[in-house]
Design a protein around this ligand. Structure first.
Ligand SMILES: [Zn+2]
Length: 295
């Protein structure tokens, strides 16, 4: 009996580890009665893991009946986990109806995952209109995947200012659209908001490639930034500083082949790299007009 935890949470977990699932369920049942939706969630998860789907479902239905906050969403999650997607979508719609927090965004995620993109887009915009501004980030991703960059930028802009939302990705979208002035403004706002790593993007978007190159070199002087060689390769090639690339390549060849491959693929992402190429050369990587991602 040594080391048997007494705290109900720990004890339930410990009992599961011992294979004493029924005893764990008894403890969690006591907690779920009069507890919050997280207790019900924990209990139903355990029931599901042990194939007791009907009991789990009955518990959520009872919780909904009892008016437990967020019970609709909890049930919808369970249904989605069980692969019952249509029912889960209905569950999230019900959660929206009763005003559960972030229910619209969750509904939209599930719709998108199911391939119902138009419906997802509608729900995301409704979520944004209802004050869930951060939903704009996911909506922007959805648009971007569909190649609708204008809409992606519009969606992302609506998320700016929401808690935990970075400003710089808006700049990337605008650069891809060729709206450079707006991109510069977005990057500057990001830097002003404390997103310090965006400084190099800001300089590059402004065409201040020398300054951007210096920042990248400073970064490379510190460990852990090997993938930044891609940016160095692109920046130097954009400036036709080919001798520096060759010098850099010679240094990397003797001890940092990964860095070398980043450098060369970054160089190939600059149009200047392909000037003497045959007309049908597309290189192994896509040519870009803006600073590439460092990955
Ligand atoms: Zn080429």
């Amino acid at each position: 009996m040594i080391d048997e935890p007494i705290d109900p949470d720990d004890r339930a977990e410990w009992l599961v580890e011992q294979g004493r699932v029924d005893e764990a369920i008894t403890i969690l049942e006591a907690r779920a009665r009069g507890g919050d939706w997280l207790d019900v969630d924990r209990l139903t998860d355990l029931l599901m893991e042990n194939g007791r789907v009907e009991e789990a479902e009955a518990l959520w239905r009872a919780a909904i009946e009892a008016g437990l906050p967020r019970a609709y969403g909890g049930f919808a999650d369970m249904l989605a986990d069980a692969g019952r997607t249509d029912e889960a979508i209905g569950g999230w719609r019900a959660a929206v109806e009763v005003g559960e927090p972030r229910a619209r965004a969750r509904l939209a995620v599930l719709l998108a995952r199911t391939g119902r993109v138009d419906e997802a887009i509608t729900e995301y915009w409704k979520a944004i209109a209802a004050g869930e501004a951060a939903a704009g980030v996911r909506l922007a991703k959805l648009y971007a995947r569909a190649g609708q960059l204008d809409e992606a930028a519009r969606a992302y802009r609506s998320a700016i200012g929401a808690e935990g939302v970075s400003r710089w990705p808006l700049g990337v979208l605008l650069e891809k659209l060729g709206r450079v002035d707006e991109a510069v403004a977005a990057y500057r706002a990001a830097v002003d908001a404390g997103e310090g790593h965006v400084r190099v993007r800001l300089l590059a978007a402004q065409g201040r490639l020398e300054g951007a190159t210096q920042l990248v070199r400073d970064m490379l002087a510190e460990p852990g930034h090997n993938s930044s060689y891609r940016r160095l390769g692109w920046l130097l090639t954009e400036q036709r500083r080919f001798e520096e690339i060759e010098a850099e390549a010679r240094l990397l060849k003797d001890g940092n082949l990964v860095g070398l491959s980043y450098l060369l693929s970054g160089a190939q992402q600059s149009a200047n790299f392909h000037e003497d190429c045959p007309a049908d050369c597309k290189g192994s990587v896509r040519v870009v007009r803006y600073l590439p991602e460092c990955r």
